[in-house]
Design a binder for this molecule. Sequence first.
Ligand code: FAD
Length: 450
Amino acid sequence: MSEEIIQNKVDIIVVGAGPAGVSAAITAARGGKKVVLVERAPYAGAKNMYGGVIYSHAAQEIFPNYKEAPVERYISKHNYVLLSDEDSTEISYKNPSHEKCAFVAIRAKWDKWCVQEAVKEGVYFAPDTLVKELIVKDGKVVGITTDVEDFYADVVIIADGVNSLLARQIGLREDIKPKNVALAVKEVIRLAPEVIEKRFSLKEGTGCAMELVGGPLAQMFGMGIVYTNKDSVAVGIGVSLEDLKTRKVKPYELLDAVKKHPFVAELIEGGELLEYSAHLIPEGGYKAVPKLYTDGAMVAGDAAGLVNNVHFEGTNLAMISGKLAAQTALEAFERGDFSSNTLCLYKKMLENSFVLKDLKTYKDVVHTLSGRAGSFLTYYPAKVNEFFSIFTCADGVPKKGNFQKFTKEFFTKRSLSELFKDAIAGIKIVFGILTVSYTHLRAHETEADL
Ligand code: FAD
């Protein structure tokens, strides 16, 4: 292997050591190929930021020993919180068999661990190496130009994240449109583990993921998050870049407002700020997925816009798309054909996996919701809080009068045409999901019949 690397030609080059890249690299190495994983940061994860949840099924699929990784807390509780100016309503889902589904991990530790595992399985890791561009010969990607030297390979897997300058260089993607990305900002706040467990009502070692809508994020298509690490809490917001631009709102001011909301302020009170970071999240969904392959190259993870915003899933889509890209590359070696004729298998594999099936299921949801953010993410959450403020208060006023006032205001504060548009949007979302789900089901039944 070292001889080949000195000659700067390997079987497969993977650009980017995030979840997509490392999964691609380790899968290719397990298939007996010579793989170089190139990362611009001094170590994997150094430049990477996210909310905090990794999904166990994908982790297990790529790293069967993932429980040895630096996991912060296994998620035992998932809460959805509707905020108004002062009050909040919390929907809490608890699952005692918490290790089943998801855990919180810090990327700087998790990504580093993943790459160490990949190196153990034969991947050559090249940190501190910026890929400046892809080398293209006769229309085929044949290698990379880095700030150190050029490398060549039969296949290049592009996993360089949401901005993916490389996918853009070879025309697989267009420039990012503000409506297709959210800008996220996040703070990590230190708190003692026992304080976290008390405030979030958690058993020792278990964790909580919270998603927040409304309140300071009113009228915008965006959400807040609060996730528990071992001895810190992550608080963040992610808001459509288009909304931030048109409303001229500064993301850090929004985050400050979320932190000051009584619901969040109580959770982080007395904590010490450890870290502040910002990152883009692909938000275009199924309709914005670019061309996924060309002669000699495939695109995986955020670089291909593979994020399911409805479920806050990105790392799992990244890992599985990386794995499928590598499996396609292995098939290309079997066939001795690295052209689009073989690499198109990658798209088919994604279509047959949950990755593109889920994005297809929600293909209209993000767009429809973003058009009605003032309703679904603002007006109705506020109404739910108002309802509970009446329902839970004994103020000596007959309940009937309060409920009549609530109902009257529900229909007068929002015009009939707005209510009608909301109803149409709601039906469109539900109908869209049901139609795609039915199509998936029929396809499964037909496959089973065959
Ligand atoms: P990345 O993780 O972005 O990795 C890309 C890698 O490529 C980086 O290491 C980068 O340094 C490297 N790179 C880039 N350009 C070059 C270059 N030219 N040369 C060399 N290296 C390069 N997903 C979840 O599943 N759960 C969550 O809770 C969650 N929360 C999120 C919260 C926020 C605020 C954000 C921003 C995202 C969140 N996501 C979450 C989404 C998730 O983080 C991404 O979908 C996932 O990280 C994508 O992985 P990736 O490997 O494709 O890209």
